[in-house]
Design a protein around this ligand. Sequence first.
Ligand code: IMP
Ligand code: MG
Length: 185
Amino acid sequence: MTITDKIKFQNGIKRVIISEDDIKKEVKKCGEMLSREYEGKPLLLVSILKGAFVFLSDLSKEITIPCEIGFIAAKSYFESTDSSGNVTIEYDLAQDISKYHVVIVEDIIDTGRTLSCVIELLKKRNPLSLKLVTLLDKPERRISKLNADYSLFTIPDYFVIGYGLDYGEYYRNLPYIAEYNTDQG
Ligand code: IMP
Ligand code: MG
């Protein structure tokens, strides 16, 4: 990292909006809920790269039942503000999901467009069930008809960084969630 990058790194944090402690408490609750709900069932946690990697890591440690973990990398293309688009899977799951109860673990639902496409695609593979858990929900920005089954925090229309979420690939390693200082350009 160059010195200019380091200065940029520090200046981008406007204020912490969700503390490390608050995240920890809610992640623990979510893990307990999933452990109860999927007890005795084949559970597959599916994460869409890259933003959810920190959440998935912490959440998986709070799950006390056996579970598998899989990753998807997706690229989506949309025309104007239409909620339907095309999604290309760049890295796919290894598991045959028809044998699993699938829980998608997301970092944030913003417009919901990418995730809607991924959900449609996964549904076609006939999972035993499919639910969506998100760390953050920004309902004000939603374009597609999409609701999480479990959302840990609802936030206003801020651009946020940290705990996996990036601005230009920086800040993913912050242990808390902060509002990004848009004056940074
Ligand atoms: P969508 O608009 O719901 O399809 O969101 C697509 C992706 O944009 C999310 O999975 C995030 O990776 C990213 N994103 C949306 N809002 C934010 C934000 O406030 N900070 C960082 N990334 C975001
Ligand atoms: Mg993401």
